[in-house]
Structures are given as C-alpha cells and as structure tokens.
Design a protein around this ligand. Structure first.
Ligand SMILES: [Zn+2]
Length: 231
C-alpha cells in the first residue's frame, strides 16, 4: 500500500520539535501556484473528524478534520495557513499538486492501516527562513487564548429560550428543566465552560445578551493555571 506522508502538523507547547509555520511564510511566492495549492488542500477527501485546533500565527480557532489524497495527509487548518498567512509548503508537495495527481479514494483498508502514515519527511522540514521577522499576534499558544465562560446575570422571569441556551453547554445538557430553572433563578454565577476560546466570546455573548443573559469570560493567566483548572 502507498505510504502517505503527513504534512502541516505544526509545533506547539506539546510538540516543540515540529516545524514552525512562521518559518514557511513567503509573501513573494507565486500567486497562481498558491491559489492552486489552497484549492487542492480544500478539495482533499475528509477521512476523520477531530475537534479543533488554533492557528499558531493568529490564534484563530478552527474546526479540524483530517484530509488526504492517498499520497499526503493534512488537516483542514492547513489551507488557512496558506490562504491567510502566505505559508509556502515544501517543494515536494507543490510539485505533487502541480502534477495534477489522481487522488486515491480513502478505503476501509486504509482506515485500519495506521502504519501507512509517515511523518519523518514533514518533521525534517525547516521552512524558508528562521521566522523571526514574522509577526505572531495576538496569541502565542492555545493556552493563552482560552478562558472560563461564566453566566453572571440573568433577567427574570427565566425563559425557555434561556434554558435552551444554557443546555448547549455540555455540563447542563442533561439538567432537568426544574433544576436548571432553579439554578438560573438563584442568581449564582454558573460555570458554563472551563475551556472557552476567546475568539468565540463576542458572538456567543451577543447571542446570550439578546436572551437576557450576561456572560463573563476570564482567561487563564498561565499554562499552569489552565492545566490545573481546565483538565
Ligand atoms: Zn491564522
């Protein structure tokens, strides 16, 4: 069976030895090739869904799914790096895309053959420069960008729409209507989620405000605090 090269797994606090996307940023790359690469990445067959990841360069939190074409495997965040941050991927991959390869459909056999994946090529990639000139704002890592989401005020009387909103948070999804109504009536702050990404706060807070709910988001001060409280 064809060996499938992993591409686009970036370094993080937990994976410090992996490639750094800042080193791959190249604003001078060929625009047509770049567009082609973005389209190719987006068109890859989705083979597995995981949860989400954050962009190492801008902190955006994006949902994440594995994709592959039978030769390479990447995830849905990789197109974001190329499109939003001018990341130029290694020449081997660019040549592969430009050769208009026919994708090999993802099979059941492939699914159960974890040995077909190879990360060694990707892990050895160093990029085009040391990355020091690339501005990374505003988050340095995932741990800087999550916080605790509290429900801190509720207008009365408690409405069905308010209950429905709170039930979206997993800790409350199985609460009985009676118990949840009591919790909202009590006026006590309600911990909605331990690990809520800052980029989603404005949207969810506006939605809550329209229902008469006030949300408060408090970021963790450090990775250590995050580990202690969120995990
Ligand atoms: Zn980004």
């Amino acid at each position: 069976m064809q060996t499938v090269r992993g591409i686009g797994l970036w370094q993080s606090d937990d994976l410090p030895d992996w490639p750094n996307p800042a080193c791959f940023v190249d604003e001078s790359q060929d625009a047509d090739v770049r567009t082609k690469v973005i389209e190719y990445l987006k068109a890859g067959e989705v083979t597995a869904c995981s949860s989400y990841d954050w962009c190492r360069l801008c902190g955006a939190q994006l949902s994440l799914a594995a994709q592959e074409d039978g030769y390479y495997t990447w995830n849905t965040l990789l197109a974001h790096y190329v499109e939003m941050h001018a990341v130029r991927l290694p020449d081997d991959f660019i040549q592969h895309v430009l050769s208009n390869p026919t994708p090999i459909p993802y099979s059941l056999e492939a699914k159960y053959d974890q040995n077909r994946y190879d990360d060694t090529w990707w892990k050895s990639q160093k990029g085009w420069h040391d990355g020091s000139q690339v501005e990374i704002v505003p988050f340095r890592s995932y741990y800087d960008s999550v916080g605790v989401l509290w429900l801190t005020a509720v207008t009365h009387p408690v409405t069905a729409a308010q209950l429905k909103f709170v039930r979206r948070f997993s800790d409350f999804s199985f609460f009985s209507t009676l118990a949840l109504r009591e919790a909202l009536r009590s006026g006590e702050p309600l911990l909605l989620q331990q690990e809520f990404h800052v980029t989603r706060v404005a949207e969810v807070a506006a939605e809550a405000a329209a229902l008469g709910l006030t949300l408060t988001h408090i970021r963790y001060e450090s990775r250590e605090e995050w580990q202690q409280k969120a995990r």
